[in-house]
Design a protein around this ligand. Structure first.
Ligand code: 13P
Ligand code: SF4
Length: 322
C-alpha cells in the first residue's frame, strides 16, 4: 500500500456529549465538506453535506471550494477526491475502510494483464486503487459505464476492470465484447437467488431492483438495474409499493426517507449473516468521523507521480459523463 496517513489520538480524546453539534462546529471552523456514500450508517448519512453514488461524489469532490474534504466512504473514494484535490486535506474516518473489489486487482498482476493486451483501451471501474487508475485510460462508475463504452469506436478493443459482474452487464447492454478482469465485490456476490425467489413469492407485487455488481443469476430477475443513485430515483418514480433491494442495505435509509409509504426489503444473503452489509463501509462511525475532524487525521497522501497519472483517466470520465 502506497498511501500513508497519520493516525488520530483516539485513545485520549474525550467525546463531546452532542457529537452532531460538535461535527457541525468543526465543519465551520475548518471550512470542511462532508461527502458520504449511501452505504454509510444512517447517522453519518444524516450529518453529510452531500450524499451520493460514486459518480456524484467524484463530481462533488471535483467542484468543492471547501479546504477540507471529510470522506465518509471507502478508501478508493477518498483517494479519488485527493487525486482531484492535491492541495486539500482529505480525511477518511477509518483508514482500514478498503474494498474487496479494489483488493481483487493487484497492480503487478494487472500490469502483466495489460501488457498481454497491448492494443486494448483500459476502462477501470472507480472501485480500484490509484495505481490501477494510473494504468487506465478512462475511469467509469456503475452509473456511466454503459454510456462511456457506447462513446468509443465499435472496433476499439477494450479491457474492463476490475469488476467482472459490471463488465458482463456492460457487455450485455452494449453488445460489445470486453476483455474482463475477474474481480468481484464480496457484498454483491452474497445474494442468494433461491432465497430471493422465495421472497418474491411472499411479496408477489414487489419489484426486484439490483446493482450491476450483482451476479447474473440475481440480475436476470431484476425489474430494474442501476447505480445506487439510479435505484433511489427508480423507487421514487415507480408506482410500485414494495421493492426487494439487491444492494448494500445502507441505501434503504434514503429510500425510506424519500418514499415513507413504500416498503423496502433487503435481498437476503446466502448465509444467515449480515454479509449484505459492506464490512469496509461500516468501519466508519460518527465517533470516528468526529475524531478525524478534530485531529485532522487520518489523511490520504499519495505519491505525486501516481496522482498525476491517475488524474487524466478520472478527468476523461468526468468529461464523458456530462
Ligand atoms: P455506486 O456508488 O456507483 O452505486 O457503487 C456502489 C458501490 O459498491 C460503491 O462501492
Ligand atoms: Fe467495495 Fe463492495 Fe463494499 Fe462497494 S460494497 S465498497 S464494491 S466491498
Amino acid at each position: 500500500m502506497f498511501t500513508t496517513a497519520l493516525q488520530p489520538q483516539t485513545q485520549t480524546t474525550k467525546l463531546p456529549h452532542d457529537l452532531i453539534e460538535a461535527i457541525q462546529a468543526l465543519k465551520q471552523e475548518m471550512n470542511a465538506v462532508i461527502l458520504a456514500h449511501y452505504y454509510q450508517d444512517p447517522d453519518i448519512q444524516d450529518v453529510a453535506d452531500y450524499l451520493g453514488d460514486s459518480l456524484g461524489l467524484s463530481q462533488q469532490a471535483a467542484s468543492t471550494d471547501a479546504d477540507v474534504i471529510v470522506f465518509a466512504g471507502v478508501h478508493f473514494m477518498a483517494e479519488t477526491a485527493k487525486i482531484l484535490n492535491p492541495d486539500k486535506l482529505v480525511l477518511l474516518p477509518d483508514l482500514d475502510a478498503g474494498c474487496s473489489l479494489a483488493d481483487s486487482c493487484p497492480p503487478d498482476a494487472f500490469a502483466a494483464f495489460k501488457a498481454a493486451h497491448p492494443h486494448h483501451l483500459v476502462i477501470s471501474y472507480i472501485n480500484c486503487t490509484a495505481e490501477i487508475k494510473a494504468m487506465s485510460d478512462i475511469i467509469c462508475t456503475s452509473s456511466n459505464a454503459v454510456q462511456i463504452v457506447r462513446q468509443l469506436p465499435q472496433d476499439q478493443p477494450i479491457i474492463f476492470a476490475p469488476d467482472r459482474n459490471l463488465g458482463r452487464y456492460v457487455m450485455a447492454q452494449t453488445g460489445r465484447d470486453l476483455v474482463l478482469w475477474q474481480g468481484s465485490c464480496i457484498v454483491h456476490e452474497t445474494f442468494s437467488e433461491r432465497k430471493m425467489i422465495q421472497l418474491k413469492i411472499q411479496h408477489p407485487t414487489a419489484e426486484i431492483i439490483a446493482h450491476p455488481e450483482c451476479e447474473p443469476a440475481i440480475l436476470r430477475h431484476a425489474n430494474y438495474i442501476g447505480s445506487t443513485t439510479a435505484l433511489l430515483k427508480y423507487c421514487q418514480q415507480s408506482t410500485s409499493q414494495s421493492f426487494i433491494v439487491a444492494t448494500e442495505p445502507g441505501i434503504i435509509h434514503q429510500m425510506q426517507k424519500q418514499a415513507t409509504d413504500k416498503q423496502f426489503i433487503p435481498a437476503p444473503p446466502t448465509n444467515s449473516c449480515n454479509c449484505n452489509e459492506c464490512p469496509y463501509m461500516r468501519l466508519n462511525t460518527l465517533e470516528k468521523l468526529y475524531l478525524a475532524m478534530k485531529h485532522r487525521a487520518p489523511e490520504i497522501i499519495l505519491p505525486e507521480a501516481t496522482r498525476i497519472a491517475a488524474l487524466q483517466p478520472i478527468q476523461r470520465m468526468l468529461a464523458m459523463s456530462v
